[in-house]
Design a binder for this molecule. Structure first.
Ligand code: NAD
Ligand code: MG
Length: 390
């Protein structure tokens, strides 16, 4: 039996992971499941999978969780500290599917105990790439990508030598506003940004897909995970979301990874790696799809995308600044305090302010520094929003 834990179990990735694990209950011994405010879901899954412990991120929800787990034999815990502690419980395979920078600390703890970390939480590599990779190396832990594009690249690289890779191309559906006139984007509402043409995902990542902040994070994640020069990373808009990524080699060959847009593929690949097991995902019918289209992304439509290369050039803690400012800008957009296009402006302002006021490039990439930077970048994102509103 493999010991597994799922961080962010109640979210979209977490539920898809549970779907796969629940199909083979005899193969898995579930250690920890974590969630947020959806106590009923967390408790129901913890009961069904006989988890050792269930953790909610919210301390004030502990008594609700205890009530919901009464008589089940599942331990209950709450708060950020409890989340990190849950990651120290021995497990062979840990799914990192918390959304946002909150996923970083538990992920690092899981690596420290030598677990295989299935990484859906892209913020982990964006905020602290070198730290995370070093931690994995020191503790003999393995990182496996779960983001569909990175899983696709990882699969296209099986048996290949990184030195033969010329470029990596990740695709983007183009999100909710792909076909809107650019002049209408400033007026786009939260509801309009929250619907995705192809993928069924959490609200935050769906809005980040419409703005391409998600793709910007993924470009940085690509650089960190595969160690590629930023100039060798490209993004292609591909409305059908069938080709997830392409790897170009020095002999001109291009390996493309295709599959139906269903996250259970990438999750299942990471769960069963290095083997391939039968997965309950739709099989591709290319004749029915008929056409696959590709376009260069229009940076006027997706100003957030350009910022990825600024961040990679600045290096150091700028990934943490970028992600934290983006998370706050997104909060403000969801709260209807700023418009859709203001998010990228606000993040650019915070990055520039860090450049002007603090020299962070050479600060060592420690968890403390990342967390302090994250905290300050959130405050400065609030300042930038107030300035705009004022
Ligand atoms: P989601 O919003 O559906 O779920 C997020 C999970 O994290 C929930 O369990 C929630 O309770 C928990 N959570 C939220 N805030 C927390 C906090 N402060 N502390 C602890 N737990 C917290 O998100 P999702 O769509 O499943 O995405 C999860 C991660 O996977 C994100 O990093 C996202 O970018 C990445 N990802 C998602 C998809 C997808 O298809 N949904 C695809 C690729 C990558
Ligand atoms: Mg992705």
């Amino acid at each position: 039996m493999r010991k597994v834990s799922i961080f962010g179990a109640t979210g979209s990735i977490g539920q898809n992971t549970i779907d796969l694990i629940a199909r083979a209950p005899d193969h898995y011994d579930v250690v920890a499941l974590t969630g947020g405010a959806n106590i009923a879901q967390l408790a129901a899954d913890a009961r069904q999978l006989h988890a050792d412990v269930a953790v909610t991120a919210y301390e004030d929800r502990l008594s609700d969780l205890c009530d919901a787990l009464e008589g089940s034999g599942v331990e209950a815990a709450a708060g950020a500290q409890a989340l990190t502690e849950a990651a120290t419980r021995p497990a062979d395979w840990v799914m990192s599917a918390i959304v946002g920078a909150a996923g970083l600390a538990p992920g690092i703890e899981a690596l420290k105990q030598g677990a295989t970390l299935a990484l859906a939480n892209k913020e982990t590599l964006v905020c602290a790439g070198a730290l995370v990779l070093d931690t994995a190396k020191t503790h003999g832990a393995r990182l496996l990508p779960v983001d569909s594009e990175h899983s696709a690249v990882f699969q296209a690289l099986v048996g290949e030598d990184m030195s033969a890779v010329e470029r990596i191309i990740i695709t983007a559906s183009g999100g909710a506003f792909r076909d809107w006139p650019v002049s209408d984007l400033a007026k786009a509402t939260v509801e309009q940004a929250s619907s995705h043409p192809n993928w069924d995902m959490g609200q935050r990542i769906t809005i980040d897909s419409a703005s391409m902040f998600n793709k910007a994070l993924e470009v940085i994640e690509t650089k960190e995970f595969f160690g590629l020069d930023p100039q060798r990373i490209e993004v292609l808009v591909h409305p059908e979301s069938i080709v997830h990524a392409l790897v170009g080699f020095r002999d001109g060959a291009v390996m493309a990874h295709m599959g139906a847009p269903d996250m259970r593929h990438a999750i299942g690949y990471a769960l069963h790696w290095p083997h391939r097991q039968r997965l309950p995902v739709e099989r591709l019918d290319l004749a029915a799809i008929g056409q696959l289209n590709f376009q260069k992304p229009d940076l006027a439509r997706y100003p957030a995308l350009r910022l990825a290369w600024d961040v990679m050039e600045r290096g150091g803690l700028s990934g943490a600044v970028f992600n934290a400012a983006k998370e706050r800008a997104l909060d403000h957009f969801i709260a209807r305090r700023i418009g859709f296009l203001d998010m990228a402006d606000c993040v650019a302002m915070v990055l520039d302010r860090f450049d002007a006021e603090l020299c962070l490039i050479d600060a060592p990439l420690t968890l403390d520094n990342v967390q302090q930077t994250d905290h300050l970048a959130r405050q400065w994102a609030d300042d930038a929003v107030h300035k705009r509103a004022g």
